[in-house]
Design a binder for this molecule. Structure first.
Ligand code: BEZ
Length: 391
């Protein structure tokens, strides 16, 4: 009887083991499914396209693969609409069963993505949206950001404007997480250095009816204005501010999104604007030069900060997944490996914080012609405080 049981067990194992190891192998062989959830319509459409271009350029440099594995793409236009975001991300996770999520641009959309990524333990790389919560209370070993937190450019500009001697400032932005947090970061640094935010003006995202607010700025007569807008909204705001004649009397400053990827459309209205951001067009490094040349060759377009962030989202995935031999199930091992890595970005090398957000130089930039030129580093190796992150 014992002999019979052993024989049965042996034959069961002979059938089951190859099946088991076949399953395990599927985790790190075969195609990796990547879900791109980005805006391809609306005020942030150009930003979504630049991110996808940058991401695909990095892959092309690696033979079209991530950590040696072929890639299959699934795409959703999220329209920068937070009310559709949970359904959209579930299409990628549940219907398409992607291994990796890449997205998005809008902070509200990214927070919905982070919730689903956390609940389903899906690997997520955020290639733009700065929502502080993503690498704050929502932080997790499967959630990475290749861009910035809203706090970072805002905080750097608070120091710059205080140093310039401005005392009373009005802020103006869209009323949603990115605008609120950009102003909060700005205010934290500016008020620490003795400045005062005398009025916080907002309008709903993605409205561009700025006239009444510009009239209010003129009537308030602050020393300067700090702003956060991006994409199509940034183009309109800079043109309207200029047309209202305010540039002559009330200098305008902003987080760098106000002039990134927008200069062709803004033309003379943007000349001389000072902004803070983690990238500038003229960084004279071999890394930035080769990136810019490759991007122009591939797309016949100049790259911007969004293209850099897309490129670096792919670099993070290459580095992290190579460390776990392409096995997307090994989230904790990947996160541990990423803590030691340096990403060789066109912006300059950066490391990830404990919360998986870039610790990076924030440049002070000036618009000259069609470029955002670095005037130097405004905040060296600035880390997001990652308030509320427990990891
Ligand atoms: C955001 O919503 O986080 C965002 C959008 C565009 C540019 C920068 C930040």
């Amino acid at each position: 009887m014992k002999k019979f049981q052993h024989a049965l067990l042996a034959s069961l194992c002979a059938v089951a083991l190859p099946l088991l190891s076949g399953n395990a192998l599927a985790q790190n062989t075969g195609k990796i499914k990547v879900g791109l959830m980005l805006p391809y319509t609306g005020t942030f459409a150009a930003l979504g396209t630049a991110i996808e271009n940058g991401f695909k350029l990095q892959l092309a440099e690696q033979g079209g693969k991530i950590a040696g594995r072929e890639v299959e793409f699934f795409k959703v236009d999220d329209e920068s609409d937070p009310s559709k975001a949970t359904d959209n991300v579930n299409k990628l996770v549940k219907r398409d069963q992607v291994d990796i999520l890449v997205g998005s641009v809008h902070s509200g959309v990214a927070m919905a993505m982070a919730k689903v990524a956390k609940d389903t333990n899906t690997l997520l790389v955020v290639p733009n949206a700065g929502a502080d919560a993503v690498t704050g209370p929502m932080c997790a070993p499967n959630i990475y950001r290749s861009s910035f937190s809203n706090y970072q450019p805002g905080y750097a500009m608070g120091e710059v404007m205080a140093k310039k001697g401005h005392k009373k400032v009005v802020t103006i932005t869209w009323k949603y997480a990115a605008g609120d947090e950009s102003v909060k970061g700005f205010k934290e640094a500016f008020e620490k250095k003795g400045g005062q935010v005398v009025k916080e003006l907002t309008l709903p995202f993605p409205n561009v009816e700025f006239q009444a607010l510009l009239t209010e700025i003129a009537a308030t007569k602050p020393d300067a204005v700090y702003t956060f807008f991006a994409g199509g909204g940034a183009v309109k705001f800079v043109k309207d501010y200029h047309a209202a004649g305010l540039r002559k009397t009330i200098p305008l400053y902003g987080a760098g999104f106000i002039t990134d990827g927008t200069l062709e459309a803004q033309g003379e209205a943007a000349a001389g604007l000072l902004t803070t951001l983690h990238y500038a067009d003229n960084l004279e490094t071999a890394r930035n030069n080769s990136f810019r040349l490759a991007y122009v060759k591939a797309y016949k377009l100049q790259p911007d900060v969004y293209a850099v962030q897309g490129y670096d989202a792919a670099q993070i995935l290459q580095a992290g997944l190579t460390a776990v031999k392409g096995d997307v199930s090994k989230k904790a091992e990947m996160a541990a490996a990423m803590q030691k890595m340096t990403i060789n970005s066109p912006r300059g090398p950066f490391k990830l914080s404990k919360a998986n957000n870039p610790i990076q130089d924030i440049y002070l930039r000036e618009v000259k012609g069609r470029e955002n030129l670095s005037l130097g580093v405004a905040s060296k190796q600035l880390a997001d405080p990652a308030r509320g992150c427990r990891m």
